[in-house]
Design a protein around this ligand. Structure first.
Ligand code: GLN
Length: 418
């Protein structure tokens, strides 16, 4: 059977193809010369499958899509405090190239140029020079992409000839002590970072690495920590689309980042990475057809992050007493809301049997909170004098130690309960 997914993606591309509104970025002369009709989409799953349609292997410069990834590297290299000291996390509501600082004298966030130039300066160990820092940027972004990336020197040189605005931002940052080194060298490094060449397929895998908690779906490399990913995706959600962020969150609802060469990425946590490429931009500097494509994907594929599956109402599959044993059989995935149902059942109707068993054979996942709640129920039951058993053949609860006077016996099968 032929997969219907590429056919669906091709159909969505056809639906937006004729839209030639917007214009390529002209403040970077080399970008104005790009073919404005290019159109591509790529979707990468967390197990490394990539569906790529249209011009998905055409290279273009990453531009501002580099910002969340460089921010991730800065957080990794300097720690959260070291970075938050210098760059805020509040949406500015201003255009990406606004010459602005918040009332604490920091750039508003790392997605606008002021914050991204600062974040670039925080990549690498303190005191590292521009060359080693840039090596770290290239190695880091390449690890996100899963292949070595290189710089488009023509686009870099072209942007430097007109980089007056970014230079003025950097001089302002230097004057306010946010930047501590040569502002011109920092703008050069930042502009080189923006000139890294990527394809829609690369971008989809970079986004999928964020969606996959920081582990690249194909290489298996852990690129950054889960805590860093959470920070980056949060800032992408509130600031990634600049002064169109509110529209984007309500209409599309996927943490995202755009770039002035026409790229656009979305990272849906736990699901997929998506990238589109279409060079004509709207007045915010976001790709016109890219935004339309994402609106379609979000609607068609139910990808708005506020649309989450309802908590399972029947986490308790069975609750029965047999021959002195009270057996609770649980099912599905357990997070707070599901674990609360178990806690409530056991505390509202305490078991009268001496032995109590929790059967987890039909539980496929349990987060840290649900695990702690279930272990606490077990601890309290054993303090009340019950013998407690966990039927956990697949070991969904790792190291099941209820702590502080609690005791539990783990068995693989109900028949193993004495
Ligand atoms: N290099 C570009 C700039 O600094 C990136 C801007 C963007 O992609 N929005 O102006």
């Amino acid at each position: 059977m032929r997969s219907p997914i590429p056919d669906y993606l091709a159909e969505v591309l056809r639906a937006v193809e004729s839209d030639d509104s917007g214009a390529t970025a002209d403040y970077i002369p080399e970008l104005a010369a790009a073919d404005p009709d290019r159109l591509a989409v790529a979707i990468a799953t967390l197990d490394g499958e990539v569906y790529a349609v249209g011009d998905a292997s055409v290279e273009f410069t990453i531009q501002s899509i580099s910002k969340p990834f460089a921010y991730a590297l800065a957080l990794t290299d300097r720690g959260f405090d070291g970075v938050l000291d210098k760059v805020g996390v509040e949406p500015s509501g201003d255009p990406f190239n606004e010459v602005s600082l918040d009332d604490t004298g920091r750039p508003f966030n790392p997605m606008i140029n002021a914050g991204a130039i600062t974040a670039h300066s925080l990549v690498g160990a303190p005191g590292v020079g521009p060359d080693l820092r840039f090596e770290r940027v290239v190695a880091g972004l390449s690890a996100f992409a899963g292949r070595p990336l290189s710089v488009d020197e023509a686009v870099f040189a072209s942007e430097m000839t007109t980089a007056h605005r970014n230079l003025s931002i950097a001089h302002m940052l230097r004057a306010y002590g946010v930047l501590t080194e040569d502002p011109v060298a920092v703008v050069e490094g930042y502009t080189r970072q923006c000139s890294l060449l990527v394809t829609a397929t690369d971008l989809a895998l970079m986004a999928a690495t964020l969606a996959n908690h920081g582990v690249h779906p194909r290489t298996g490399a852990r690129v950054v920590s889960e805590a860093v990913v959470r920070q980056v995706l949060s800032v992408m959600t509130t600031c990634g689309m600049y002064d169109a962020a509110g529209d984007w969150v309500t209409q599309v609802g996927i943490p995202a980042k755009s770039g002035v060469a026409g790229g656009l990425i979305g990272a849906l946590p736990g699901q997929v990475g998506i990238a589109t490429f279409s060079p004509r931009l709207d007045k915010h500097g976001n790709s016109v057809r890219g935004v339309r494509l994402f609106e379609r994907f979000s609607d068609d594929m139910g990808m708005h992050m506020m649309e989450v599956p309802a908590a399972s109402r029947t986490v308790l599959r069975k609750n029965r007493g047999i021959a002195g044993l009270r057996l609770y059989a649980l099912q599905g995935g357990l997070r707070f809301a599901e674990a609360e149902q178990v806690v409530r059942e056991v505390s509202d109707h305490p078991p009268t049997e001496h032995r109590v068993g929790f059967n987890l054979s039909h539980v496929h996942a349990m987060d840290g909170v649900a695990r702690r709640m279930l272990l606490e129920v077990i601890r309290r039951l054993s303090l009340d004098g019950h013998d407690v058993y966990l039927i956990d053949p697949d070991r969904v609860i790792k190291a099941p130690d209820p702590g502080d006077g609690g005791r539990v016996t783990v068995v693989a099968d109900i028949d193993d309960i004495a």
